[in-house]
Each structure stands twice: as C-alpha cells, then as structure tokens.
Design a protein around this ligand. Structure first.
Ligand SMILES: *[C@@H]1O[C@H](CO)[C@@H](O)[C@H](O)[C@H]1NC(C)=O
Ligand SMILES: *[C@@H]1O[C@H](CO)[C@@H](O)[C@H](O)[C@H]1NC(C)=O
Length: 396
C-alpha cells in the first residue's frame, strides 16, 4: 500500500479516539457491543454493491459529507474528490470528518483524493478526473458492480437498501446512461468548435479557450451526447480504463478538444463499441427540472418540488442549495437520518437516542430492508429495462 499513500490522504489512524469511543460504547450499551466489521458478502449471488464518486469544489466539504452520509452503506465503496481549487486544509478537514464516523473508520470504505485534479466545468479535465476515479475504485475494491457519479449539489431519493434491492434483479452488465445521436444545435455549437482546456497544462486554472476555426463532425465514429450523470457497469469501466481496445483511448484524444466533453465521452464510447452498445439503458436515473429555455444547469429544487420529486421513481435528484429545507424532508421521510449521522439500515444495531447513533454498532451488513421508495424505483427501472429490450431507444 506504500505507493497508494502518495495519492490518497492517509486517513488519521486515530487510535486513541477509537479506544476512547470503544470504551464509551462498551459502558453505554449494556448489550454486548459489536464494533468489528462483519463479513461483507458480494458477488453475483449477493445483492449488488455500488462505487460512488462524489466530486465538488472549494467550500463544498460540508455538502459532500452530508451527501456521503445520505448514501453511506458498509457494503459500498466511496471516493470523495475536492477539486484542485479547494485548499488542502479543507481536504484534510473532510478526511478527518469522514474518519470520525465509527462505521466508516471500521469498514474503511471511504477515501478522499489527496492529490487533487483540476476540473474545468466546460473542459476535458472533467473526464480525466472521472476516469481516474474509476481507475482508483477498480484498483482498491474488486467487489462493486456499478459506478455512480454524484456532485456536491445532488441528493438521493432512495435508501441504499432500496437501490441494492431493486438492482438485485437487474443484469449487472447494464449501463444507465442518457444518450442520443440527435445532436441538433449542439453539432454546430458544441461538437464542431475546437477548444483547449488549460487545466491540463497551466498551474492556475482558467477558462477554456476556443479556436477560431471549426472542424467537421467525425465520420470515423458517431457522436452521442446526453446527461453527464451516469451509472456504469464494472465491465464497461474496465473496457474504458484498461484500454485493450483502442476505441476508448482514441475517443479520449478526440474529446480532449470538445466543449463539455463529459456530456459525450462515455456516450460515444459505449454506442460505438459492438460489445457494449446493447447494454445501454437510456436514462440517468436523476430527477431534474429545467428552465424554459434550459440553462446550463437545472433549476434548484426546493420543498415545493418534494412531492413531484419523490413520486418520480428517480434514484437521485439535482440540484440543491446548501442545506435547503427540502433535504431535511428527504432525511426525515425517506432516509430516517439524524443530523451528521449515516442513513440507518438493518445493519445498525445500536440503541437509538439523541446521544447514541444507532449505526455506531452493527450486526449483519448483508441484510436489506427496502422502504416505500423501493417500489417507485423498481417500477421505473422495470419500465426502462423493458424499453431497452425493444432496442428502439438504444444508441439511436
Ligand atoms: C449484448 O450482445 C452480446 C453479443 O454481441 C451478448 O453476448 C450479450 O449478452 C448482450 N447483452 C445484452 C444485455 O443483451
Ligand atoms: C421553489 O422555487 C420556485 C422557483 O424555482 C419558487 O417559485 C417557489 O416559490 C419556491 N418554493 C419555496 C417553498 O421556496
């Protein structure tokens, strides 16, 4: 693990703190405390597990921590990335806050990128950061089934038990990616312009710049665009990261000079590869509301949108203002999550109290107890998968 230390913040060992907490819990809980990780069962005969990549920028550590706790489950894996413009101090504080959660410390399934990358929103450094996250998650954990990208502005509409339960009956080869080859105005305004992302070679990140000349739309492959938010299968990410076929690398070189390439890279790779194009499900599983005409980002959601949002059958929603009251509604009604605590599930066996976090003790972490939101997600996934089987909406 020596080499890994260099590229990840080594989370504080906090031996003293753990001993102290252990002591406190042994005294406060009269039932025998169970603080050692229970065995994690993963693989094709067990419910699926998810690898989350959560990214954000300067001043977003508290949002990232809240989102992490809302999607936390010991069977999953998490990588948090505060971009290069955030300070090391903020990054260290995030790592310390993560490490202070007893279950996370014990299961060791959350990492914070210690040597951050720049990501220019309009430029290609975004794809580089996502591919790197996928590579790290593939390397550190061989047991997850799907890779999910989230930003600090997102929040779940389901519990992890709901997600794992619903995806238990979904083929693990499937990729949930919103896509189309109908480029419309984007062909002229997004695909043909040649842009350069200075985040790649200048120490101080600035805006992308655009060449005066345009280039023709590619004919060696077909360009697809769609939502930048994806849920991708492990086999497809291995294809993208390991690069035994040249397609993912060739397209990466091409998309280096395309504006907002995160809205086209994975979409174009998957739809141009014969072995993966029949694995696409045309949805990003997110709930968003767009202005008319749409702006760059969807509208901020608030409590007026709560009912529509939870009825939508989406797994996640975006975007939210920091600590908007609607997030407290999701915590109270869906996640049953207390402030600064992980969303509880049947794995949490501690007593519930204002001083005691039920998830500071745990039992069998492989038992799932889906809640009321699972049915809505299940209905929408079953519709999407049926739609996929007709192939009318796949890579078209
Ligand atoms: C996609 O097609 C390949 C053969 O090209 C096949 O092996 C695979 O099972 C198919 N996958 C799905 C999800 O239909
Ligand atoms: C929610 O946002 C919309 C605009 O997007 C606004 O019209 C509405 O009043 C807001 N509702 C609340 C409860 O703040």
């Amino acid at each position: 693990m020596g080499a890994e230390r260099k590229w990840m913040v080594t989370l504080f060992s906090a031996t003293f703190l753990s001993l102290f907490l252990l002591l406190v819990f042994s005294i406060s809980a009269f039932s025998s405390p169970k603080t050692l990780p229970s065995i994690i069962l993963r693989g094709p005969h067990h419910p699926p597990a998810f690898a989350y990549y959560i990214s954000g920028g300067r001043g977003q550590k508290d949002r990232i921590l809240r989102l992490l706790l809302a999607v936390y489950h010991p069977r999953n894996r998490y990588l948090l990335h505060l971009g290069k413009e955030a300070s090391d101090d903020e990054r260290n504080k995030l790592a310390a806050a993560v490490e202070a959660v007893p279950a996370i410390r014990s299961f060791g399934n959350v990492d914070v990128v210690g040597n951050p990358d720049p990501f220019t929103y309009m430029g290609s450094t975004n794809i580089a950061a996502t591919l790197r996250a996928a590579a790290i998650l593939l390397k550190v954990d061989s047991g997850w089934d799907w890779f999910i990208t989230l930003s600090a502005f997102d929040y779940p509409l389901i519990t992890q038990d709901d997600l794992s339960h619903v995806f238990s009956s979904v083929s693990r080869d499937l990729n949930f990616i919103d896509h189309t080859s109908d480029l419309g105005w984007k062909e002229h305004q997004r695909i043909q312009p040649i842009v350069v992302d200075p985040g790649i070679y200048l120490a101080r990140r600035t805006q992308i710049f655009q060449a005066t000349e345009k280039r023709p739309t590619p004919e060696a492959f077909k360009v697809f665009t769609g939502s930048p938010w994806v849920m991708l299968s492990r086999p497809f990410l291995e294809f993208c990261v390991f690069g035994w076929d040249n397609l993912p690398r060739t397209l990466l070189m091409y998309f280096n000079n395309v504006m907002l390439s995160q809205e086209a890279y994975f979409h174009s790779v998957i739809c141009n590869s014969p072995e993966f194009k029949n694995t696409t499900v045309n949805s990003d599983l997110r709930f968003m509301i767009w202005d008319n005409p749409p702006k760059m980002d969807p509208l901020f959601l608030n409590s007026s949108d709560y009912d529509q949002m939870v009825q939508s059958g989406a797994a996640f929603a975006r975007q939210f203002k920091k600590d908007d009251p609607v997030l407290d509604m999701v915590d109270a009604h869906i996640l049953k999550r207390g402030p600064s605590r992980a969303a509880p599930g049947p794995w949490c066996t501690g007593r519930k109290g204002w001083l005691m976090d039920p998830c500071s003790q745990w039992g069998d972490i492989n038992v799932l107890k889906p809640g009321p939101q699972a049915k809505k997600l299940e209905d929408s996934i079953m519709n999407l998968v049926d739609d996929m089987k007709s192939q009318l909406n796949q890579c078209k």
